[in-house]
Design a protein around this ligand. Structure first.
Ligand code: ADP
Ligand code: MG
Length: 706
């Protein structure tokens, strides 16, 4: 026998196949594999409950009240009978605990209950009590015989994520928690403390073993809370630890080009700056310039609200590269955005005689060949494009800076592909986000980057006034639009377009267009929606941009890539159907000129509480950072734009909408440890080493595939 080299013993225990657990067996194991991806002991112990039912007390029928979300009652079944016909047919059983009578009602599986229920036998029932016609009842209660295990109550029942198939095969939260109990009972000697002792003490965390036990089967609500706190801390600590480690690795291992010369930058500053930079722009440029001088590779995130002026910051950063015989590229997620960036940057580039080109999927072969050639001989300085520019055939003479505009997130893999475009030295990397993202999300999604934020709009820009109006006020809204048109302004009128109900939405848009043309017979209109041919779209857009049409009736296709400074009113119909960030994005289409701009959100009278909060938030503030925070609270991190597909915020326990404080502490702990003991040589940090090794083996655990 090979002697065990200490702690890895535990890992092997958690690699044990699930069918070897008491109470599981091959058939259930196959179900758990297929339905929940549970293959090993380790998988089961990490299949966490999402809530717990209070089974601590037995309620008395006499003292039930309708505020109870659920009640647990111990008593006897007296008799039962079926009532009604067809879809109304139900089984009603009469149940008493000596203090009153309770009706148990089943619409389904009637025959099964008729056959299996036993009269005058003690049961425990659980469900939501309702009071109707002088009687208490529970529909489809959970019902089980009294056993030594449950007879005294006093426990919290974990509720697990399950599937229909599992339920049909009688695997429910109950049976799952029994399996977990069996597992926990044999696990104790194998559960190792995975955090350094000094952290556990300092933050008064409970032990890993206690946490696992109490997260599944809490002794009390306090213990449950402590278990969650401990596991959240650990999860966020390791999440941050790996990100920061990666960041430091780049700082220490990879040299960066030193951009010491700044001749073009200076010329641009002295002669061509089209406006005075805001303090925020200056600060951010300073942060970037510091990075570029160090000789370390820059990996920085640039956040800034719509209209905060990211383009000029991007351009000046590019000039630093050009000043030092290096090239720069900018990658955007869509053709429209790539084009917008190209147009914006070209204006500046032309002032300096800097050579810039655009490369997208629709670039013609001939033009493409020229671009490839000029990139290689160095005569092309800046390349703007879509992901077309990460293709292998695109090679640079000396790429020194990559800027990525992430409206939807590009993966880390794509970042790596861009780095590899220079085989001598990694180019510097600047990632821009089109809209601000909440702090917690930024820390987990971009925790391996340094972060800069432009948190100020250019001066002289009047904050957009946002108001909420109901459908019924349309006449007065139209009156206001008429006044604005008379003053020479232009207007956007936007309708939602949701893919599932595209036909209906399109009808809304057409109806809206008709009603606008009836109300404004003398005003030239444009219309724009995704179903139009792209040349028709360009034509309509062109007319609006030139001011030939005054109202643009459109779907959300205008969300990106439109800049019409004279448009000063944004009317959003059915505003309840848009997400908060999307409304903010749309609103950002106005407020680009010198005039006072307005955003009018129109909804039905009846709106939900969430909608009300969304609308109130927009009416209160123009601050994209604040809006992003509210959006996160409302929707949770999973649904925030762009993060859903990425699956990158892969957290089992922690919730980025709620656990910001824990995240902050966990991050600073990780930072401190990595600064003081980067190679984890101190004995106190041994648990981190071991845990990271285990995480790695889990990631390469091929065993579960076979
Ligand atoms: P975004 O951050 O949304 O990309 P842009 O870079 O497109 O913003 O800038 C929005 C508008 O504001 C542009 O018309 C730009 O020329 C202008 N702008 C940017 N910075 C300033 C500034 N410091 N002063 C005045 N106008 C500015
Ligand atoms: Mg921009």
């Amino acid at each position: 026998m090979v002697p065990e080299t200490n702690p890895s013993v535990s890992t092997r225990f958690f690699d044990t196949k699930i069918e070897l657990l008491k109470g599981v067996g091959p058939q259930k194991a196959a179900l758990l594999n297929e339905e929940l991806g549970i293959f090993t002991f380790g998988d089961l112990i990490q299949h966490y409950p999402f809530r717990h039912e209070d089974r601590t007390v037995f309620h008395q029928i006499r003292s039930l009240n309708e505020q109870l979300s659920a009640a647990q009652i111990r008593g006897r079944l007296k008799e039962w009978t079926t009532i009604g016909e067809g879809s109304k047919k139900r089984l009603v059983a009469y149940f008493t605990d000596g203090t009153g009578l309770l009706e148990l009602v089943w619409f389904q599986s009637i025959a099964w209950y008729q056959k299996n229920l036993r009269a005058n036998t003690e049961y425990i029932v659980f469900g939501k009590p309702l009071y109707f016609g002088g009687r208490w009842s529970i529909t489809h209660p959970e019902i089980e015989l009294v056993t030594p295990e449950n007879e005294s109550g006093g426990y919290w029942q974990p509720i697990y994520p399950l599937t229909d198939k599992l339920r049909k095969r009688f695997v429910d939260s109950r049976s799952l928690s029994r399996m977990v109990r069996n597992l926990l009972e044999i696990s104790r000697p194998h559960i190792r403390e995975s955090l350094p002792e000094n952290l556990v003490t300092k933050y008064r965390l409970i032990s890993k073993a206690d946490a696992l036990w109490n997260f599944h089967l809490p002794q009390s609500q306090q213990w449950l809370h402590q278990a969650q706190r401990r596991l959240k801390f650990e999860e966020l600590f390791y999440n941050q630890f790996r990100l920061i480690k990666n960041k430091l690795l780049h700082k220490t291992e990879y040299p960066g080009m030193v951009f010491g010369n700044a001749a073009l930058v200076k010329t641009f500053y002295d002669r061509h700056l089209p406006f005075q930079l805001t303090n925020a722009q200056i600060r951010v440029l300073h942060e970037i310039h510091e990075d570029l001088k160090t000789g370390k590779q820059m990996n920085r995130l640039l956040q800034g609200d719509v209209g905060s002026g990211k383009t000029i910051v991007a351009f000046i950063t590019m000039l630093f590269a050009l000043d030092n015989d290096a090239q720069a590229c900018l990658m955007a997620p869509t053709e429209i955005l790539a084009d917008q960036h190209y147009q914006g940057l070209k204006k500046f580039a032309d002032l300096l005689g800097v050579h810039i080109a655009k490369l997208t999927g629709s670039t013609k072969k001939k033009d493409r060949e020229i671009i490839h050639k000029q990139l290689l001989d160095g005569s092309l300085h800046i390349l703007v494009g879509t992901h077309a520019l990460i293709e292998d055939i695109v090679q640079f003479k000396n790429l020194g800076l990559c800027i990525i505009d992430e409206q939807h997130r590009f993966g880390v893999a794509q970042r790596a592909k861009l780095w590899a475009k220079n085989d001598r030295i990694y180019p510097h990397m600047l990632v821009m986000t089109a809209t601000p993202i909440p702090r917690t999300l930024a820390m987990t999604l971009y925790g391996d980057l340094d972060i800069s934020a432009i948190n100020e709009l250019p001066v002289g820009r009047k904050p957009i006034k946002t108001v909420h109006r109901y459908d019924a006020h349309r006449i007065s809204v139209f009156g206001f639009l008429r006044e604005e048109i008379a003053k020479g302004r232009q207007i956007y009128l936007v309708y939602p377009l949701i893919e599932e109900s595209e036909k209906m939405d399109l009808k809304d848009l057409m109806d809206g267009y008709e009603s606008v043309s009836r109300s404004f017979p003398e005003v030239p209109l444009s219309i724009l929606h995704g179903k139009m041919k792209s040349q028709d779209k360009d034509y309509e857009m062109g007319r609006f941009v030139r001011g030939e049409t005054k109202i643009m009736v459109a779907t959300t296709v205008i969300e990106v890539g439109v800049n019409v400074p004279n448009a000063s009113v944004m009317v959003i119909e059915n505003a309840e159907r848009f997400g908060l960030s999307q409304l903010h994005q749309l609103r950002g289409r106005v407020g680009r000129g010198a005039e006072q701009s307005y955003c009018i959100l129109i909804t039905d009278y009846k709106i939900s509480k969430d909608t009300k909060l969304r609308i109130e938030t927009l009416c209160r503030t123009n601050d994209g950072f604040e809006i992003a925070e509210v959006d996160l609270q409302l929707r949770g991190p999973g649904d925030m734009s762009g993060t859903q597909q990425s699956g990158l915020v892969d957290l089992l326990v922690a919730n980025l909408a709620q656990d910001g404080e824990i995240l902050k502490v966990a991050r600073s702990c990780a930072e401190e440890i990595l600064t003081e003991d980067p190679d984890l040589l101190q004995p106190v940090n041994q648990p981190i080493r071991t845990h990271l090794q285990n995480l790695r083996t889990e990631e390469t655990n091929w065993g579960r595939i076979s």
